[in-house]
Write a protein that binds this ligand. Structure first.
Ligand code: NAD
Ligand code: ZN
Ligand code: ZN
Length: 345
């Protein structure tokens, strides 16, 4: 079968490898679609700093059950399924409290929990082996175009759920970066919150899509953005800011517009920073709750899949054949993907 391997620092290759056999408790999935995340570009850009090589990339996968290993119950050949982003132990204190994205056994203070396609073989291949407990049934959702729900919808769902108390009717939420994650984050906010939604991007195509996806206002993310958002909120600021870029320019917007007692969720990994001082004078108003946000929990996943099945959240997909992966990467890097690129074996 074909698999897209991270063969060395900053280098991928489409390789021919044996079709893997599922072991005890495992399932072989015939991949229908595999999402391409901006994090895959960060992995390539990390070069020699990335610690492991030789695995199949792709951490958003969906498809059909193809073969069951020994001792697997609850699935049958042909079932449409989606692969979970976070492979947690299920037994540690964090997992048992429902915080499986902070698993103490497969993750640590320094490392996120295990994720397929960032260590174990992922979804950019004809087939993938997955422990059965890391599968969710898709129900009526499409096994090709649903793959991005595994991360691009799960991750915003988690960031939004962690800021729920800031999103009541009358509040204002700002969504920065309307790519794979942001266009889904916006839909989740529109479906599940009472907040007025202000969307920011640097690309007009993304801003147009944001208006369709529930943004009350879609604004260019430029030097005027902070002033415009403060004007729109009578100088008070936004109750919640979701930054799906994380570049210096967007970190500056997030810290520059957040309201007193508001929330910032940093999801994008663009390398921006801000300094915090335990003083009465900034850089943040009193009481602001700042979190970096990693992936999501199983409960977040179940919730966002239900939103998708109900037709309240849908992925804008751009399909590429699996062997066109480098074209998809180039398009994502150049900002030409409206929504999420999905590789189809
Ligand atoms: P993407 O490339 O699909 O989308 C990025 C969007 O940001 C694009 O629409 C782009 O036009 C826009 N943008 C770029 N600069 C901007 C600016 N200055 N202001 C406003 N918008 C701007 O990327 P993605 O796959 O959605 O991922 C977004 C980020 O989130 C990446 O850094 C990725 O690595 C990260 N990520 C984090 C997690 C997590 O768990 N924390 C999970 C998945 C992805
Ligand atoms: Zn990702
Ligand atoms: Zn655990």
């Amino acid at each position: 079968m074909r698999a897209v391997k991270l063969v060395g620092p900053g280098t991928i290759g489409l390789e021919d490898v044996p079709v893997p056999e599922p072991g005890p408790g495992e399932v072989r999935i015939r991949i229908g679609g595999a999402g391409l995340c901006h994090s895959d570009l960060h992995v390539l850009d990390a070069g020699e700093l990335w610690p492991v090589f030789g695995f199949t990339i792709g951490h958003e996968g969906s498809g059909w059950v193809d073969a069951l290993g020994p001792d697997v119950e609850g699935f049958a050949e042909g079932d449409p399924v989606i692969v979970m982003l976070i492979w947690s132990c299920g037994r540690c204190r964090a997992c048992r409290q429902g915080r499986d994205n902070a698993c103490q056994v497969t993750g640590s203070r320094d490392a996120a929990p295990t994720t397929p396609g960032l260590g174990p073989d992922g979804s950019m291949a004809d087939y993938q082996i997955v422990p059965a407990r890391f599968l969710e049934p898709l129900g009526g959702l499409d096994p090709v175009t649903s793959a991005p729900l595994a991360d691009a919808a799960l991750t915003p769902m988690h960031a939004i759920n962690s800021a729920r108390r800031h999103l009541a009717s009358g509040s204002t939420a700002v969504v920065i970066g309307l790519g794979g994650l942001g266009h889904l984050g916006l839909q989740i906010l529109a479906a599940t919150s009472g907040a007025r939604l202000i969307a920011l991007d640097v690309d007009e195509v993304k801003l147009d899509a944001a208006r369709r996806h529930g943004a009350d206002l879609a604004l260019r993310s430029d030097a005027d953005a902070v002033g415009r958002i403060l004007d729109l909120t009578d100088g008070y600021g936004a109750d919640a800011v979701f930054d799906f870029v994380g570049a210096q320019a967007t970190v500056d917007v997030a810290t520059g517009v957040v309201a007193p007692e508001g929330a910032i969720r940093f999801v994008g990994l663009g390398g921006g920073t801000f300094s915090y001082g335990a003083t009465a004078f900034g850089p943040l108003p009193w009481g602001v709750d700042v979190q970096s946000s990693y992936g999501g929990t199983r409960a977040d996943f179940v919730e966002v899949l239900a939103l998708a099945r109900a037709g309240k959240v849908g992925v804008d997909t751009v399909r590429y054949p699996l062997d066109q992966v480098t074209v998809a990467i180039d398009d994502l890097r150049a900002g030409r993907v409206a929504g999420r690129a999905v590789l189809v074996p």
